[in-house]
Design a binder for this molecule. Structure first.
Ligand code: AMP
Length: 116
């Protein structure tokens, strides 16, 4: 846990969140400022500042594989039967604002492309 990380505090329960899904490895909660009718964040409980910190270690491969395998499950729970978008912002140019790896799952409307 990173003491200064807002998502670590959400994982520990120190900061409340609107939880959608939780297991031993990951947490999914609703975004505070939704950009679509459905907008949740899926985070590993392990603190990794961004996708740039993911290595080829077995631990990271299993964690990220697990997280990815739950996207479909969470989308189904949220009723996203017509598709959705999964976004991972990274670093300055990716406009990442929270330095704890997270994936935005957005749906409930047709998305635009290209993104801004
Ligand atoms: P990013 O810009 O990709 O780093 O995304 C960070 C996201 O976290 C933004 O969409 C914020 O609205 C969201 N966010 C920040 N603080 C909270 C919080 N306490 N609970 C839920 N979502 C949050």
């Amino acid at each position: 846990m990173d003491q200064d990380c807002i998502f670590c505090k959400i994982v520990s329960g120190e900061i409340p969140s609107d939880k959608v899904y939780e297991d031993e490895e990951i947490l999914c909660f609703r975004d505070l400022e939704p950009q679509a009718p459905v907008h949740v964040l899926i985070v590993p409980k392990l603190h990794l500042a961004s996708i740039e910190e993911v290595t080829e270690s077995l631990e990271h491969k299993e964690l990220l594989g697990h997280l990815m395998s739950k996207v479909r499950v969470i989308a189904e729970m949220l009723g996203l039967t017509n598709g959705y978008r999964l976004v991972c912002n990274c670093g300055h140019d990716g406009m990442q604002t929270v330095r704890h790896l997270h994936f935005h799952l957005l749906g409930g409307r047709e998305m635009g492309w290209p993104p801004g």
